[in-house]
Design a binder for this molecule. Structure first.
Ligand SMILES: O=C(O)CCc1cccc(O)c1O
Ligand SMILES: [Fe+2]
Length: 316
């Protein structure tokens, strides 16, 4: 019998660098500990991890909406762990074929580069990049034109159907969101040297990477002190979104338009499509027989994050 577990969490490279205060940090730590505990108890055979990228692994010279990695390596940005993930190549390839067979045209990478979007959840929840076999599934969440929430749901649905055929202990994990607006450059407005890095930033120097990270940290400092042009975190929208997931309302997920997500959840709010895909995978894999508990939410400006965790398990 297959067994399924759903775990979703925000990521933020500002964790550990800017400090929202002891109370909030220990709240977050407890929320993460609950995820860690249930993951360890579950003893997964494989994790299907839906994550975004931030112009570290995917660039405008060839930007897919979705991509499954049959091999993947973390670049180690923002001090995250660097090195290979334990990707089961055969299984990842079969997953890609199954997704294509179900009508979702997803790309494949045999050498996927991932950033903190994939590395941080693995590090936070398992202490390593290679503790468990992981199938990394990229969803373009920052580089317009973006895939729709509807397509992210169909991607998740296809992955869930594939996973349910495996007779294994499967985790659907999502890394991203909720509403947030860190400073991410846009190709339309970037000066030439920044545009070049969006087109192909695979060979930036450590100094260039350091400058970029320092800029994000400075932006977060200003955002937290209220002196920033960045749009605020939107707890109302975040709570509505979590509510839809709690109700298992897949049709409501389809109705989120990209215009609405940008306007209400911010430019990086599109990372919620990782949550949409993972929840949809859980729904498909369990035939809708699962329960969702949104376990933690707080708007944390120091981390530029509507920071949330959610778990789902099959009904007994
Ligand atoms: O380096 C970047 O491009 C953005 C870093 C970043 C900051 C806050 C929240 C996030 O989700 C995130 O990814
Ligand atoms: Fe992000």
């Amino acid at each position: 019998m297959s067994a399924m577990l759903l775990q979703c969490l925000s990521h933020t490279p500002l964790m550990g660098r800017l400090h929202p205060g002891q109370e909030i940090e220990s709240e977050v730590e407890q929320a993460l500990q609950r995820l860690r505990d249930s993951l360890a108890r579950f003893e997964p055979d494989v994790i299907f991890l839906f994550g975004p990228d931030h112009f570290n692994g995917f660039f405008y010279d060839l930007m897919p909406s979705f991509c499954i990695g049959t091999a993947a390596s973390s670049i180690g940005d923002y001090g995250c762990l660097k090195g290979p993930l334990d990707v089961p190549a055969g299984l990842a390839g079969e997953c890609a074929q199954a997704v294509l067979d179900q009508g979702v045209d997803c790309a494949v990478s045999h050498r996927m580069r991932v950033d903190h979007g994939f590395a941080q959840p693995l590090q936070l929840l398992t202490g390593a990049l290679d503790r468990y076999p992981v199938v990394p599934i990229f969803i373009n969440s920052v580089a317009p034109p973006l895939p729709s929430a509807h397509r992210a749901r169909l991607l998740g649905d296809a992955v869930g159907r594939f996973a349910s055929s495996l007779d294994r202990r499967v985790v659907f994990m999502a890394s991203g969101g909720l509403s947030h607006n860190p400073p991410v450059p846009s190709l339309a407005t970037a000066p030439p040297e920044v545009a070049e890095r969006l087109l192909d930033g695979r060979h930036v120097t450590p100094e260039q990477r350091g400058e970029r990270e320092a800029r994000t940290i400075e932006a977060a400092r200003q955002f937290a002190s209220g002196q920033s042009g960045l749009p605020p975190i939107n707890p109302d929208w975040d709570h509505d979104f979590l509510d839809v997931l709690k109700r298992l309302d897949m049709a409501a997920l389809d109705a989120f338009s990209n215009t609405e997500i940008t306007a209400r959840a911010g430019n990086s709010g599109h990372e919620v499509k990782t949550w949409i895909a993972a929840n949809s995978a859980m729904s498909a894999a369990t035939g809708g027989r699962y329960e969702v508990s949104p376990e933690y939410y707080r708007a944390i400006p120091e981390w530029i994050a509507g920071f949330a965790t959610l778990q789902g398990a099959t009904c007994r």
